[in-house]
Design a protein around this ligand. Structure first.
Ligand code: PLP
Length: 454
């Protein structure tokens, strides 16, 4: 099925015209007012990409307080995959908020939490018995996955990869690779975290098995399998630059983990929930992780995260060892159940593959006449271009930043990422229409043409 004409009004929500409309310069006067209040009231460390005051969003657009309507190619960082304020999510949230807003699942359990756990156990890769636990953020899910893996294996070390991003809490900063802006000045970091080289086909020139052998050698020499509780990896890296590992890399890492009693954790916080054209990105690579962490796309914008894994691993933690006051909040669970229903009944994995076809065709056309586009990569509605100096392949971070800013000024929200800051990533809501998506890419093409080579 196609979602060509979906907008926020389909099932009764306020209809938002699915159009790019600029009635002021960005930022307009009302947005400037809010940004001035933000600068005075909000800690400087909390940055922003688009200088607007958002007032509504749905389908494929975000509107601001000045009456501008921007095409959304970011989904609030891969969160609003079912579409912002999806009517089914709104309805579920309203119904649940009117019934009860909180009991604390550890005090008085409720069905929504259990139903989300059942859905995750069913949907995540692997046909073995699974269990889940719910949390509030991706970072919290990663922290808990590591806690559980350590308890289950009675080992302490954890291996993460170059270019990895796993969050901003102390343990997840340690797991994250990039210093600026995520870690710089915020140490000391958690111990027993080690880093292995990642497969990065555009830059390392290695096949998947070669890159895996290199990573495994580092792990065996610097950590030792006997000390290693878990290997955590994003099947497609998010903040690190939408790096898709070469074929055979993930299966080799997975096989090594299995042979050595090491738990493989797939961090699918960004790549999960139909984003890549499958419910989980692991499926594309034929791996079945022991544990999966999820968040972002899970609940249509409500804060929710989960760890799902083999039942015997998940049950290793003692009663009372896992939890949190808000973890699996009933309103977030209601939103997740509504979102999961939308993912399945509207076949959004299929829609993500349609978006992939449209985006790849457009980006390949741009690349044919613009060698600054060094690489096009990604799957589904998780696609990126890496911008480089065509002569040397040196990362062109300033160019990526300038293009993103130009796009936003022209009414298209585009995000950058990458260890070198030179990647433009496209994460449209899966409810965006083809015409709007195409227009968004027109604006990207125009921005590329307007920026002279650095
Ligand atoms: C965003 C992200 C996280 C952290 O999630 P938060 O909800 O921001 O804490 C962890 N892992 C990956 C792969 C992510 O993309």
């Amino acid at each position: 099925m196609t979602s060509l004409d979906i907008d926020a009004g389909v099932a009764g929500g306020p209809a938002l015209p699915q159009e790019r409309r600029l009635v002021t310069a960005i930022p307009g006067p009302r947005s400037q007012e809010l940004l001035a209040r933000k600068a005075a009231a909000v800690a400087a460390g909390v940055g922003h990409t688009a200088p607007i005051a958002a007032v509504a969003a749905g389908g494929g657009v975000v509107t601001d307080a000045d009456g501008n309507s921007l095409i959304d190619l970011g989904s609030g960082i891969a969160v609003t995959s079912v579409g912002n304020a999806h009517p089914k999510v709104v309805e579920a949230v309203q119904r649940q908020a009117a019934a009860f807003t909180h009991t604390c699942f550890m005090v008085s359990p409720y069905e929504g939490y259990v139903a989300v756990a059942e859905a995750l156990n069913r949907l995540t890769p692997g046909d073995f018995e699974k269990k889940s636990a719910l949390f509030n953020s991706g970072a919290e899910a990663v922290e808990n996955a590591v806690k559980i893996a350590r308890k289950a294996t009675e080992r302490q070390a954890v291996v993460a990869f170059d270019h990895a991003y796993h969050g901003r809490t102390n343990l997840t900063m340690a797991l994250t690779a990039k210093s600026m802006p995520y870690k710089s000045g915020f140490g000391p970091f958690a111990s027993e975290v080690y880093r292995a080289p990642m497969s990065y086909p555009y830059r390392d020139g290695l096949t998947g098995p070669e890159a895996a052998a290199k990573a495994i050698s580092v792990i065996e020499k610097q950590v030792g399998a006997d000390n290693l509780a878990a290997v955590i990896i994003e099947p497609i890296q998010g903040e690190g630059g939408f790096i898709v590992p070469a074929e055979g890399f993930l299966p080799a890492i997975s096989a090594w983990c299995t042979a050595n009693g090491v738990i493989l954790i797939a961090d699918e916080v960004q790549s999960g929930f139909a984003r890549t054209g499958a419910m989980f990105a692991s499926e594309h690579f034929g791996i079945v992780p022991d544990m999966v962490t999820t968040a972002k796309g899970i609940a249509g914008g409500l804060p929710l995260a989960a760890v799902t894994g083999r039942a015997e691993i998940m049950d290793a933690a003692h009663v009372g060892g896992l939890g949190g006051t808000y973890g699996g909040n009933p309103i977030a669970c209601a939103a997740a159940l509504a979102s999961i229903e939308v993912f399945e009944t509207e076949d959004l994995s299929d829609r993500a593959r349609e978006i992939e076809a449209l985006m790849l065709a457009r980006l390949e056309t741009m690349q044919a006449s613009d060698p600054r586009i060094g690489d096009i990569r990604g799957l589904g509605a998780m696609i990126a271009i890496e911008l480089v100096d065509p002569a040397t392949k040196a990362p062109a971070a300033a160019l990526a930043g300038a293009i993103a800013q130009r796009c936003i000024a022209d009414g298209v929200i585009v995000l950058t990422c990458g260890t070198y800051g030179n990647v433009l990533r496209f994460l449209p809501p899966l409810t965006i229409g083809d015409a709007l998506l195409s227009e968004g890419l027109d604006v990207v093409a125009a921005a590329l043409a307007a920026e002279v080579a650095a």
